[in-house]
Design a protein around this ligand. Structure first.
Ligand code: GLC
Length: 548
């Protein structure tokens, strides 16, 4: 297999608003990140991805950008950015920027011009359509509830927004738009950044025809992503981006590819390097969804998760490359979701989940606080929430359609929503968003010192990945027929093989007969979350054997 630095990387994601506040205004900032670089370096991280830090009216917390070449005032200045990049490089780490180019903010100068008149020079930078029978051009529904079209009085036309109305979609079919985006990317590359995480990049190429999509019973709109994802010119545009920008630098590129299939991923992340290094797929994030999407408290059935991840591991082997993640700023905390965040099992289950993910093939991503086993926070009213997606879905499923009661919905928002509490020590002022009341037990200062902490367990996992090539490049084989409460797989290279066993329950389980010999003849334990060994597989146990 072809080697690459980004295949050997371990990425740490920072959501700047709630990471570290250096000036006491309650909002995280770039100087705050600089203060924490040693902490991140000490974890063994090699790449940092920062969520958007550009100028933004914050209708979607920075994912609505009004100037791609300037820094949000609350986060600092371009000088702070230059210092951050220098400090990251000085520590031997790299920096990946968030690239949000499916849409801009409605306050971006291109959109302010575009909406002025039909013959404005910037009109075709966005997607404008005439009303059909006095209504929206199609029945497409936005990712964040409601229609994906917004009527604009000035010119009597609708514009497309797959997210909130303040995030108008750019028209990628316009070559001038592509050139603007590529020039902007080049500008950042010339500054010396090391890659891009590309926001909803699978949605940039829109369908040739704008027509209604299918609507589920009881719903008004047809989910736009089903019609717009992986569009007709998607790969052509990414190849053009690759030729004009990416291939000229040595970058890590990861596409956030909503609605991606395995077959599509093989095109996006193909090992010939013509498009991206890797993609984020979301099939495994959907295993506990139902007809209301993620807004349900459906429990995880482990065989479903194994089926998805094993298929992606095998499916991309040799031909493309996986990214590995449990958490990010759009997802709930994994220890609360698929582990056990109450009391005695929090630490064990956080370490088990980390082991399960970090021993797979692909580039692992750690979301800020995951390395501390941070948990979801409970909200009892939407007024406590900040996120637009949560506010809209509450109206949809409680006020309008009465699918859930208030209490049920608040429970689901607490479990599945994007609002995430901040870490202890985050600020000396009043934080812009609540700090989880459990910060006294879950905090970084204590964990760095404690050799048995979740933080130091992550550190060991990351170190192992650097020491054992089989963890990066070895072949993956899932043992799918074993106990349904266990996740078991092997990784093999020419001269090494490891066996990974993870118990996703609080039950004590027997070693399945199919791996009994492998376990008996093991050549040592690489890592495990219990200090001693046992004949049985204990609650939330994770153990990695060197084997033959
Ligand atoms: C991506 C981001 C999410 C954002 C959306 C629109 O899914 O991860 O946070 O709201 O795109 O930019």
């Amino acid at each position: 297999m072809q080697k690459a630095w980004w295949k050997e990387a371990v990425v740490y994601q920072i959501y700047p608003r709630s990471f570290m506040d250096s000036n006491g205004d309650g909002i995280g900032d770039l100087q705050g990140i600089i203060k924490k670089l040693d902490y991140i370096k000490n974890l063994g991280i090699t790449v940092i991805w920062v969520s958007p830090i550009y100028k933004s009216p914050n209708k979607d917390n920075g994912y609505d950008i009004s100037d791609y070449q300037d820094i949000m005032d609350e986060f600092g200045t371009m000088e702070d950015f230059d210092e951050l990049l220098k400090e990251i490089h000085q520590r031997g780490m790299k920096l990946v920027m968030d690239l949000v180019v499916n849409h801009t903010s409605d306050q971006h100068k291109w959109f302010l011009e575009s909406r002025k008149s039909k013959d404005n020079k910037y009109r075709d930078y966005y997607i404008w359509k005439d009303p059909v029978d006095g209504h929206e051009p199609t029945n497409w529904g936005s990712y964040f509830s409601g229609s994906a079209w917004q009527f604009d009085e000035t010119t009597g036309q609708y514009y497309l927004h797959q997210f909130v109305p303040e995030q108008p979609d750019l028209n990628w079919d316009n070559p001038v738009v592509r050139k603007e985006v590529f020039d902007m990317m080049t500008w950042w590359c010339e500054k010396g950044i090391d890659g891009f995480r590309m926001d909803v990049i699978s949605l940039i190429s829109k369908p040739e025809e704008y027509k209604d999509g299918p609507v589920k019973e009881g719903e008004k709109y047809s989910f736009c992503g089903a019609v717009t994802a992986n569009g007709p010119h998607e790969h052509e545009y990414l190849q053009e981006m690759n030729q004009k920008v990416l291939s000229r630098y040595n970058l890590l590129t990861v596409g956030e590819t909503s609605c991606v299939t395995l077959e599509e991923a093989k095109k996006y992340a193909r090992s010939d390097g013509k498009e991206l290094s890797m993609v984020f797929q979301f099939e495994h994030m959907d295993v506990d969804s139902d007809e209301h999407g993620k807004w349900t408290d459906k429990k995880l059935y482990l065989p479903d998760l194994k089926e998805v991840l094993n298929r992606w591991q095998k499916g991309l082997e040799e031909v493309a490359w996986n990214s590995l993640f449990w958490d990010n700023h759009d997802q709930p905390r994994v220890v609360s979701r698929w582990g056990n965040d109450s009391g005695e099992y929090r630490e064990l289950s956080a370490k088990m989940l980390a082991t399960c993910l970090h021993m797979m093939q692909g580039t692992p991503y750690v979301y800020q606080g995951e390395e501390l086993g941070m948990t979801n926070m409970h909200f009892s009213d939407v007024s406590e929430c900040d996120d637009i997606e949560e506010k809209n879905i509450y109206i949809d499923l409680v006020t309008d359609t009465k699918v859930y009661t208030h209490d049920q919905m608040m429970d689901i928002i607490s479990k599945k929503g994007r609002d995430d509490s901040e870490n202890a020590g985050f600020t000396t002022g009043t934080p812009w968003f609540a700090v989880n009341p459990n910060y006294k037990t879950i905090n970084a200062a204590a964990q760095v010192e404690d050799p048995d902490s979740i933080y130091n367990y992550y550190r060991k996992l990351i170190e192992l990945r650097k020491e054992e090539e089989v963890i990066v490049y070895g072949t993956f084989d899932g043992l799918e027929d074993a106990d349904e409460n266990l996740y078991i797989y092997t990784r093999s290279s020419e001269n090494k093989k490891i066996l990974v066993i993870c118990n996703f329950t609080e039950k004590e389980l027997d070693v399945p007969a199919s791996i009994a010999d492998m376990v008996k003849e093991n050549r040592g334990i690489l890592i495990g979350n219990y200090k001693d060994i046992s004949e049985k597989i204990r609650p939330y146990e994770a153990v990695v054997y060197l084997t033959k």
